[in-house]
Design a protein around this ligand. Structure first.
Ligand code: ATP
Ligand code: MN
Length: 477
């Protein structure tokens, strides 16, 4: 097997050795210098051909994105910006690439164009960096939970519960035509959907195993064409028994910081590239919309500073005292009882506090049935109306990145909330059982993987941080 270029470029013991590498040609200059990339790192290895010893017909086959394998001596490079290069002794073309029709030319393409070439976009520096970082984040998630005594819990992808209310669902059926057919004739003999959240099942896991987390695909048929919504995305949902809202916030903050530190350490080269890219993009924006920090600077800042923690009631007050509110610049109303919109979240994070913010104690009426009802003395209790032990983590440039809560563990209160929200008890009999048999305080949250990767990579559109985005009207590839 050829050696990964990442290793060839970093392992000093290889200098002077005979090495075999393989990859895709990024550029070819003067019939002599190949910049080869194999995806293991953002850096290319320079291959130097022997002008005499390379037949013309072979030279002609070295085109952009051709796959080649080469063996030669790794020698110190006289060129600047690279420690070593490969003096090629033997080179074969594994796969030709027609330079004329290859869609991704060695020049800057727009992200929109590359989305239409999603099958090939991984061969660009930007997407290579993004997907190597996505891996580091995913791996770091398992690492963090594993090291903290959590068990990876696989919640089902096909579910029958439609009570959660997290979003519109995709129906799963084997019927040719669902109209007028009794669901009992369907495969599962009932109506089933793709999951919108693994939380209810994670609660079942946590109330036996103590600490669990799910990490899997999640589906929402929400028709929102925004830069932060996908119809298929990956969600991480930890759930902890014997924990309250403060524990939940600490866990969320700890996880975010661990992941950021890990990427800063493991993906320094990719981040350096994305940092420059981000700075270039910011320059295109009008002054007022530019971020106050560079990408890496912001990652360090978030990793090193405590998140701001405020209640929903305080958030409303801050917003009502704000300049954009007074100048009627917000599109949506700010009023106790209404949900915070993205513009409000971003004001709090980017203008007011200039750091991540955790908002707790949202009005009960705008949150899900399973969130714990606050009483006097509880965090986020308000005299303006009933609130629940919810928390949203808001990040700069993104808005909501995490939504979580302490769960209602008291059977009577839970039943009351379900009745108020028209959720039939008989559909969730298994969920209610956990409150009947040894119920305990517990809490958890949902982190959207893609939103987090957006934050870390500085990519503005969520479609550019998942290999094959699924959005309304779009499921090519
Ligand atoms: P939003 O208000 O932004 O639509 P939500 O309140 O519907 O989010 P939750 O149901 O709390 O979100 O889901 C938990 C997390 O999952 C969110 O904080 C976000 O990071 C992520 N998420 C939710 N919906 C989507 C989506 N359609 N695409 C990508 N990520 C999502
Ligand atoms: Mn949503």
């Amino acid at each position: 097997m050829p050696k990964p270029i990442r290793e060839v470029l970093t392992n000093e013991a290889l200098t002077g050795a005979t090495v075999t590498v393989a990859g895709w040609v990024r550029t070819f200059r003067n019939d002599r210098f190949i910049a080869l990339n194999d995806g293991s790192t953002i850096h290319n290895l320079q291959l130097v051909l022997d002008p005499e010893g390379t037949p013309r017909e072979l030279v002609d086959r070295i085109t952009t994105s051709a796959a080649v394998k080469a063996t030669g001596e790794l020698v110190p490079s006289p060129a600047s910006g690279q420690r070593v290069e490969l003096q090629v002794k033997e080179l074969i073309v594994l796969g030709d690439s027609d330079g004329e029709t290859y869609p991704i030319q060695p020049k800057k393409h727009s992200l929109e164009f590359l989305r239409e070439q999603a099958h090939l976009r991984f061969r660009t520096n930007t997407f290579g960096a993004v997907f190597r970082i996505r891996h580091q984040v995913s791996f770091g998630i398992h690492e963090y939970f594993h090291d903290n005594g959590f068990f990876y819990f696989h919640s089902p992808i096909i579910t029958a519960s439609d009570a959660e209310g997290a979003g519109e669902m995709f129906r799963v059926t084997t019927l040719e035509d669902t109209k007028g057919t009794d669901p009992s004739e369907d495969f599962f003999e009932r109506v089933t959907n793709l999951t919108v959240s693994g939380q209810l099942e994670a609660e079942l896991g946590a109330t036996a195993l103590g600490r669990v987390y799910t990490f899997g695909p999640t589906f929402r048929a929400e028709n929102s064409n925004t830069a932060r919504h996908l119809a298929e995305f990956w969600m991480i949902e930890p759930e902890i028994a014997f924990a309250d809202l403060k524990d939940d916030m600490d866990l969320a903050e700890g996880l975010c910081k661990h992941l950021i530190r890990r990427v800063l350490e493991q993906s320094a080269d990719d981040l350096a590239f994305l940092d420059k890219r981000y700075a270039d993009e910011e320059k295109q924006k009008p002054e007022a919309q530019r971020s106050s920090m560079g990408l890496i600077e912001r990652l360090r800042f978030v990793a090193d500073n405590p998140f701001e923690r405020i209640t929903y009631t305080e958030a409303i007050r801050i917003l009502q005292d704000s300049k954009p509110y007074k100048k009627k610049k917000f599109q949506f109303p700010v009023e106790w009882g209404r949900d915070l919109q993205s513009e409000h979240e971003r004001y709090l994070v980017e203008k007011h506090f200039n750091k991540p913010v955790i908002v707790t104690g949202y009005p009960a009426a705008i949150k899900a049935f399973y969130m714990r009802m606050n009483g006097p003395g509880d965090l986020g209790h308000s005299d303006q109306g009933p609130t629940v032990a919810a928390m949203d983590v808001l990040f700069p440039g993104i808005g909501e990145i995490i939504g979580g809560s302490q769960r209602e563990e008291r059977l009577e209160q839970l039943k009351e909330r379900m009745a108020a929200m028209d959720i039939p008890e008989k559909e969730l009999w298994w969920y209610l059982d956990t409150r009947k048999f040894g119920t305990v305080p517990h809490a958890g949250f949902g982190l959207g993987l893609e939103r987090f990767v957006q934050f870390v990579t500085g990519m503005g559109n969520i479609r550019d941080v998942i290999p094959f985005p699924r959005t309304p009207g779009s499921a090519e590839f």
